[in-house]
Design a binder for this molecule. Structure first.
Ligand SMILES: Cc1ncc(COP(=O)(O)O)c(C=O)c1O
Length: 377
């Protein structure tokens, strides 16, 4: 049976990984500055993570959400402590799209309204409401297009105000740093005014932290760079270091009702063990300090390269913008220099999303390769 051919693939076959590197079947070493799309937070095959998953699957890999699962509570408590999101409630699911789908659904339940405000170049996933809130017509099927979504320009606070005052908007969903779109950010003033407008108009403010969360921005959540209080925070990618897990943090003002949300696999024992070990490593290895230190070092080196026209993003969620499309450069970095980087909707942007354990030596390795590759152009 052939695979449904939806992914354009690089001709590389990683079979193992360790820390910031992955290895193909011939033991060729690749520096992973893409983190499998911002997923690898604590590094490939981290021993603590491996042991947590191994020992849990030996005991109990899965049971449904019909029984007590203390691992979910442990994960929720650790997440509350590390994120500083005091008194928020946790609902666990399996992916970023599912997290946003549940966030939007909950906003609609809570406000009894149904229109969503989202932003240009935003990406929120491929499920029904999440994809409708995503600014990419190519991935919105007619069945998704039935959702009521209004896409506005980032920083256009007058437009947000006008739409919210119509009274039918259940949620404003935003990435505080755009991922797939290309690392654009709105101003602090805009984010903070949106927060206030949501509160005035009985609209929930959803922070999509699927990519920017878990320390990647240099704070636990990217919204914490601003003075805002989201009603719902969606999380996934870095949360499981590759194990599929997602979730939403829900403000204490939103009350749960039995059956309101639900899932078979969400919050299973194995996913919780993986998620818990990720949080423990982030804490023990002080990875958020590392993000800030390495980010500064990266920016210092990036500024010395004249071909780089703009540096975007925060922490280890960074973009280097050139005045040419970077497709060929990315290929060259993989095939000639064995370095993975990411692309974006903005074709001139090279995305840097390494494991949060990355060190200065890895950054040196990248910049030496980049300078060489650019010289060859
Ligand atoms: C900001 C953001 N939200 C949601 C998603 C969707 O996550 P998933 O692919 O796990 O469904 C992504 C994925 O890239 C993302 O970057």
């Amino acid at each position: 049976m052939p695979l449904f051919n939806v992914y354009p693939l690089y001709d590389v076959t990683p079979v193992s990984g360790k820390g910031v590197y992955v290895y193909d079947e011939k033991y060729t070493e690749y520096l992973d500055l893409y983190g499998g799309h911002a997923v690898i937070s604590i590094g490939h095959a981290h021993p603590k993570y491996v042991e947590a998953v191994r020992s849990q699957v030996e005991k109990l890999g899965f049971y449904s959400n019909a029984i007590q699962n203390p691992l979910q509570t442990q994960l929720a408590n650790k997440l509350e402590t590390l994120s500083g999101c005091k008194d928020y409630q946790l609902f666990l699911c399996n992916s970023g799209a599912e997290a946003n789908e549940n966030a939007l659904k909950l906003a609609s339940f809570k406000t009894e309204k149904s229109r969503v405000i989202a932003f240009k170049n935003g990406f929120h996933g491929r499920t029904s409401a999440a994809v409708a809130a995503t600014d990419n017509k190519n991935i919105i099927a007619p069945i998704n297009a039935q959702q009521k979504v209004t896409i506005l320009d980032l920083n256009d606070i007058d437009a947000v105000k006008t739409e919210l005052e119509k009274g039918d908007v259940c949620a404003v969903i935003v990435e505080f740093i755009q991922g797939v779109g290309g690392l654009d950010e709105a101003t602090a003033e805009f984010f903070e005014q949106v927060d206030v407008l949501c509160k005035i108009n009985n609209t929930l403010f959803i922070a999509d932290e699927v990519q920017s969360g878990y320390g990647r921005s240099g704070k636990f959540f990217a919204f914490q760079h601003y003075n805002v209080t989201p009603d719902i925070i969606s999380i996934a990618k870095g949360m499981g270091n590759g194990f599929p897990i997602g979730g939403i943090l829900i403000h204490p003002s939103i009350e749960a009702k039995f059956g309101m949300l639900g899932t078979t696999f969400g919050g299973n024992h194995l996913a919780c063990a993986a998620g818990l070990s990720v949080l423990e490593v982030i804490e023990e290895q002080e990875l958020i300090n590392n993000v800030n230190e390495i980010s500064c070092y990266f920016l210092k080196l990036a500024k010395t390269i004249p071909q780089i026209k703009k540096i975007k993003g925060k922490g280890l969620m960074l973009g280097l913008e050139f005045d040419f499309e970077v497709g060929e450069l990315r290929k060259k970095l993989i095939y000639d220099y064995q370095i993975f980087t990411g692309g974006a909707m903005n074709k001139k942007l090279l995305r840097i999303l390494p494991p949060l354990t990355v060190k200065k030596d890895h950054i040196n390795q990248f910049f030496e390769a980049l300078v060489d590759a650019l010289d060859e152009n």
